[in-house]
Design a protein. Structure first.
Ligand code: NAD
Length: 470
């Protein structure tokens, strides 16, 4: 049993001001694996004070100093890479091979992308009548989710550390193993005390204290749209910058083309990846009426062949959902789909055979879905795919954009037709024919999917103030 009851504040591991604890549960075994403390606004105050004091120097440090520190952090990350993969697998249920190849790889991916961007980033620019300086915004507050835990921690901290910001992180209370390990790596890398601080706790307590704190200059939040709205409202009183990375209900438009069958298969597999707990998951598959039956057959066959398995075993199976309450929510939405009259092709309510313990669900596909059904509008955040037919490309575009979200989209088709289609989708990221953006490209959404851009050089901008000296 891991003891994660201390916070990392001002370069030290210290006890919370008030002793309150939360059990951390492994979602595959339903057993407690760690104990974490639940902080209060007083713990946040201490962390903010430390970050504010550290900013005086770190905020004005030079590029070389910050590069050397980031390189040491990357080294520390690689030294403990396998530990990170195991921590993620245990806390949120990602199968160990996926945690190793995909989840943990986001940490070094973002650190490396920030190092590359920092080497060349233009922090100054001469204009006709003045000089423009881009300066670190100050003390940042980070609030992150559990679904790609180290991805979100790294894609916020790496650009913040690169630009000279200091910070207070509240990771998800469901996945503290990875954020504690990351704090140990920061310590190992030798960052000055107070640059990075970690306070665990609940969203409406520690998250709200960070959002409303008068001495935090910006908050970067990743999570559900509802919580993102609460963060924005709490932050409004002191006009701090708020960047949001929120939910999605991404369309996957498969135009009629030669590789149709392959595109349908890829779409189903991709929707089930990370047990459907990915904000960019292609959950609405749009296929032409003329090839609908073919798509239905392929989707059913892939779903039936998708295996569910224990996260600690090697293999390309999917794992459990993150928690008991999330399991209940996903079950409820599958039930809603059935009541709404969608046709269940695979999966459905209940646990897969042989998986009575753990929050495992059946990979589920619905056909005959209309875009106004709740299962087509709401983010389910589980392995649940909706198949929606379209008449022609204009109809496909209308359905694709008929959503409050705008995070990602996927288009398969003849490349130039697909690219033309992609330009008309109101979403921040569109992948064509299985394209896979790297850590150098901007990540973020339109509409209710958020307002920030993370990753690589674009990810620096949210952490910079712009000053003109004339
Ligand atoms: P969540 O909103 O429940 O929690 C996210 C974080 O916010 C947690 O640390 C939580 O403690 C905190 N929080 C909750 N309520 C808060 C409040 N009122 N004030 C301040 N903080 C609060 O989300 P989750 O269940 O952890 O994650 C899943 C959601 O995250 C999905 O909607 C998913 O789409 C979204 N997500 C988005 C992206 C993206 O980059 N756009 C990436 C991953 C996940």
């Amino acid at each position: 049993m891991l003891d994660l009851r201390q916070f990392y504040i001002n370069g030290n591991w210290c006890d919370p001001l008030e002793a309150r604890e939360l059990e951390v549960i492994n979602p595959a075994t339903e057993q407690q694996i760690a104990t974490v403390s639940l902080g209060t606004s007083e713990d946040v105050d201490l962390a903010v004070k430390a970050a504010r004091a550290a900013f005086d120097e770190f905020g004005y440090s030079n590029r070389e100093t910050r590069l050397a520190l980031l390189e040491r952090l990357l080294e520390a990350y690689m030294d403990r890479y396998q530990e990170m993969a195991e921590a993620i697998s245990q806390e949120m249920g990602a199968p160990i091979d996926f945690a190793t190849s995909n989840q943990a790889a986001c940490g070094n991916g973002h650190l490396k992308a920030a190092i590359d961007a920092l080497k060349e980033y233009p922090f100054e620019e001469q204009l006709a009548t003045g000089r423009v300086y881009k300066e670190a915004i100050g003390v940042c507050g980070f609030i992150t989710p559990w679904n790609w835990p180290i991805n979100q921690v790294a894609c916020k901290t790496a650009p913040a550390l690169a630009t000279g910001c200091t910070m207070v992180l509240k990771g998800s209370e469901l996945s503290p193993l990875s954020s504690h390990l990351f704090a140990e790596m920061i310590d190992q890398a030798g960052y000055p005390k107070g640059v990075f601080n970690l306070v665990d706790g609940l969203g409406h307590e520690v998250g709200a204290a960070i959002s409303s704190h008068p001495d935090i200059d910006m908050v970067s939040f990743t999570g559900s749209t509802a919580a993102g709205i609460a963060v924005s409202k709490a932050a409004a009183d002191n006009v701090k910058r708020v960047t949001l990375e929120l939910g999605g209900k991404s369309p996957n438009i498969i135009l009629d083309h030669d590789n149709f069958a392959q595109a349908v298969a890829r779409g189903v597999t991709s929707c089930f990846g990370n047990t459907g707990q990915t904000c960019t998951a292609p959950t609405r598959m749009l296929v032409p009426e003329s090839r609908y039956d073919e798509a239905v057959g392929i989707a059913e066959s892939i779903a039936t062949k998708t295996s569910v398995g224990n996260p600690s075993s090697s293999g390309n199976h999917i794992g459990p959902l993150v928690s008991a309450s999330h399991f209940e929510r996903v079950q409820g939405l599958i039930e809603t789909g059935i009541k709404e009259g969608a046709r269940l092709l695979a999966g459905g309510i209940g646990k897969p055979e042989g998986f009575e313990t753990g929050y495992f669900v059946k990979p589920t596909v619905f056909a005959g879905v209309r875009n106004d059904m709740q299962i087509a509008r709401e983010e389910i955040f589980g392995p649940v795919l909706c198949l929606i037919p379209f008449r022609d490309e204009a109809d496909a575009l209308r359905i694709a954009n008929d959503t409050p979200y705008g995070l990602a989209a996927y288009v398969s088709g003849e490349p130039s037709a697909a690219e033309k289609f992609a330009r008309r989708i109101r979403a921040g990221m569109v992948a064509i024919n299985g394209g896979d953006q790297g850590f150098d490209c901007p990540f973020g959404g339109y509409k209710q999917s958020g307002n920030g851009r993370e990753w690589g050089e674009y990810g620096f901008e949210d952490f910079l103030e712009i000053k003109t000296i004339a």
